[in-house]
Design a protein around this ligand. Structure first.
Ligand SMILES: [Fe+2]
Length: 323
């Protein structure tokens, strides 16, 4: 029996020619993956230009090459983010892709959550990008891939959670790192939910919903046992589905009992779910999503936090908001 090769999309703009790891690159044409360059030959600036001119947005790599690519991209992130050679859009693609690779890696290799230094470095780079580019949100684009939804969603929620914190409160750098770490791992407990439930296209039945609802507590217990995450990060993982009127889970806490960081992550989580579907497509304009959260989901969220959200996402600059 042959093992079916699994391909992973990498946005073209996030690839730095010449220094990118020497792996085989594929492009997708008519639903098939076609070898663009084999390993043993550099990916040159000319290659980059040619693909870009042909409208290629993503190249594909073998899943088995992801380790080396992820390490390379994480190691280069800070240098590229502070480089004058890349524009804001390219930097956005680079940090976005790096973060998605990271979440993919962590979700598939849960033991790697103990490498807190790596997580903090990634969140630091994400913060560096978000704070240097006021319209960062609009220049982050999505990787269109069904399987990547959880990873893309984790990054979207982390970005928005960090932005909401910096908009509304003045946290120290360490506190922001804790918040970012908790937010990017908020759905980590989904590694314990069977794929049939996560990928089910129709409505979930009651039993399935109960299984899904265990993810905040399961993620919290697992990560707490690892003993590396801060209380703030752990709280976000555990309490991001709690709601102000005590209708949330797992503990049914009310607005006075849910810590601010978990409330903010909850707002960002629901907003990102409303505005982007499982395929990475925009489903609802920002102002409609905010109105829906204000009125149809009344009492679930703090009105002050919804003001903060609105201020961030409902500006003319972010009409193209696709997080
Ligand atoms: Fe969740």
């Amino acid at each position: 029996m042959t093992v079916k090769e699994v391909f992973v999309p990498i946005s073209l703009e996030s690839i730095e020619p010449v220094v990118f790891p020497d792996v085989a690159l594929y492009i997708k044409t008519g639903g098939n993956y076609v070898l663009y360059k084999s390993s043993g030959r550099d990916f040159s600036y000319r290659d980059h230009e040619r693909l870009s001119k042909n409208g290629v947005e993503f190249v594909f790599v073998s899943k088995s090459d992801m380790d080396v690519i992820t390490s390379h991209m994480e190691a280069s992130a800070e240098r590229l983010l502070t480089s004058d050679l890349l524009n804001a859009k390219a930097k956005g693609k680079m940090i976005y892709q790096t973060s998605i690779n990271f979440v993919d890696d962590i979700f598939n290799n849960p033991d790697k959550t103990t490498d807190l230094k790596r997580t903090k470095r990634l969140i630091e780079n994400l913060m560096l990008y978000l704070s240097n580019y006021p319209d960062a949100i609009s220049s982050l684009e999505t990787v269109i891939s069904h399987n990547y939804h959880t990873f893309v969603h984790s990054l979207q929620v982390a970005s928005l959670t960090l932005m909401m914190h910096s908009e509304a409160y003045s946290l120290s750098r360490d506190e922001m790192l804790d918040v970012g770490t908790g937010a990017i791992l908020h759905d980590f407990g989904k590694i314990f939910v069977p794929q049939e439930i996560l990928n089910k296209s129709g409505r979930l039945n009651e039993a399935e919903i109960e299984v899904l609802k265990r993810h905040p507590e399961d993620g919290y217990v697992y990560l707490q046992n690892k003993g590396v995450l801060s209380p703030v990060a752990l709280t976000i993982v555990r309490l991001h589905h709690e709601r102000c009127n005590a209708s949330g889970y797992p503990l049914g806490l009310d607005s006075r009992e849910i810590p601010r960081s978990a409330q903010i992550t909850g707002v960002a989580d629901v907003y990102c779910t409303l505005t982007t579907d499982n395929h990475g497509n925009k489903t609802m304009p920002p102002h409609i999503a905010v109105q829906l959260m204000r009125h149809q989901m009344r009492e679930l969220f703090s009105p002050l936090l919804l003001d903060t959200l609105e201020k961030l996402v409902c500006t003319e600059d972010v009409q193209q908001f696709i997080l």
